[in-house]
Design a protein. Sequence first.
Lengths: 252, 482
Amino acid sequence: MLEIRNLHAGVEGRDILKGVDLTINAGEVHAVMGPNGSGKSTLAAILAGREGYDVRQGEVLYNGVDLLEMDPEERAREGVFLAFQYPVEIPGVNSTYFLKAALNEIRKHKGLPELDAMEFLSLVKEKMKILELREDFLKRPVNAGFSGGEKKRNEIFQMAVLEPKLAILDETDSGLDIDALKTVAEGVNRLKKPDNAQLIITHYQRLLNYIVPDVVHVLFDGRIVRSGTRELALELEEKGYDWIVKHEAVPA
Amino acid sequence: MSTATETIEGFVKQEYKYGFYTDVEADSAPPGLNEDIVRLISRKKNEPEFLLEWRLKAFRHWQTMTEPHWPKVKYPPIDFQKICYYSAPKKRGDGPKSLDEVDPKLLETYEKLGIPLRERERLAGVAVDAVFDSVSVGTTFKETLAAKGIIFCSFSEAVHEHPELVRKYLGTVVPYTDNFYASLNSAVFSDGSFCYIPKGVRCPMELSTYFRINAANTGQFERTLIIADEGSHVSYLEGCTAPMRDENQLHAAVVELISLDRAEIKYSTVQNWYPGDEQGRGGIFNFVTKRGVCKGRNSKISWTQVETGSAITWKYPSVILQGDNSAGEFYSVALTNNYQQADTGTKMIHIGKNTRSTIVSKGISAGHGQNSYRGLVKIQKSAENSRNFSQCDSLLLGDKCGAHTFPYIEVKNTTSSVEHEATTSKIGEDQIFYCNQRGLATQDAVNLIVNGFCKEVFKELPMEFAVEAQKLLGVSLEGSVG
């Protein structure tokens, strides 16, 4: 589904990604872990198409198509979803209206009929149960005045409604208490299907107690220095990122 | 810079759709202003003596006044002797008795503007008075309204048919000494709409006036007077457009509203005068005095305005809350793009006991636009237990525009309460990206955000105007869901 080949990228002349290779197949859950400044969020931003990053080398194929050539909204309509590390507040714009507009754009793109207000509302109520959201949530403006936990839950709720093919979760666990973390993780797990994939970006191992990845990658200084199973994450937790630093000199 | 910012800046740069000119023979006064011109206007309109006297008093007073410079707007000095103060499409014979006799070219003009006046095509549920340059060219649904005792006609007609009402109320809310432009208007006003709703009558349809400036180098000085008698109710709409020209044109109108015991007037404006081009050339100077008086107990006046046009807008639709328990409202969306400037807001003058006022102002600035909210809330000693709530929000698109807020508050008793809230926000690239990432194109994202910002005001507009207002802002209707 996603093939990243030798990706070099940076911001304002600074190199951040220095040759990332990563392949994700449908049905798989991958985790990318790494210390602060290793390039995790840059990777997420480039995949979603945020402006301000220069890709200097390499390519990203999404279902065989050059992802980097597509506008951010095209990527979204093709099924790429980014759960933001810092979800943006949009005062005045009603959450329900926002999400309905988004879903209908995606449906239009797929050649499906747009949902009317009633159909949309019944879909949304279904999905809200997964995230244990209260109904008044729908009446509030997008993320405005939400607590950190509510914002993160809202991201996963949007993911549940939009049903992406490739979901990228950028530090979704940061700022969540343990109960919220469980709810969010459970939501993500329920959305896993044989034909979609998830890329979990995280600093800590704890999210991976609830979302079990098929592959764990360690991103360090702009390169994936190690890939393995879930045990790698546990080992990393135990030994710390220093352990990787020491071994980084040794070719994997 | 980035594409998102470019799109934000380009978003309101839609071409002005109403910039055409209608070639009709005009009967115009020579440019310049003196007592003879005032007399000429009065004579052309065959006015009674009292009105000519009133005009002359206004003119003499105007000569002693100087232009106000306190608004936060900049423009080259206006040469009042270069403006033509009267222009009317040449009449065939005695002038139209009914719409069938109106010059087809004029009817076509209004059709092009989306305001059909002919019987079979009229807008359902809306009676229209069409004002072209200095005169009213026709009023629809007059007979239907007359059956209920409602008078809705051009100002000139009211002067002849109902002189007692005109004499009783003209200048009682905005006296001819009020301010520079109101005095000028009082001296040279040519036409406008007049409306009287009798006791206990609920006006069965929206009344509206559609103002069109056509002739070049002409000022438009219309005057509107609306009287809602005891227990009556009326909703009135006003729309404006003008051809595209490189020179600035002056529009100095006066609107007076009088609401008696338990009466209610709802006055809505969608102002789309030609705003000038992208470099700021041309456009209308919209210097307008609008004021209503809640004269009676439990009366109400509500102003709603959507201001998207004009090179400069300078207006403060106000309410004098004289009757006990009366209520005043002001809902405004003002958009300035390119080099447009707006200094607009309201005045709420509380005199009666238990009076309430609400102010919701939304300013949107784009391009090099400058948008100021200026408002006065004055609670006099007599206005015990009065309340005011004001909310002024500004939205910036791009980084070359400006938003300013000048609230003035005077409270002279201890039983009243005044609240003022203000916010300034900017459509950020991170907001646009967030919307993009959910599948929305940048244009749609901007529309969504702008529309969400204006929602509180749009919901106050009558249906037909809400649609027009949204089209004007290039946004689609939000809020039909949820």
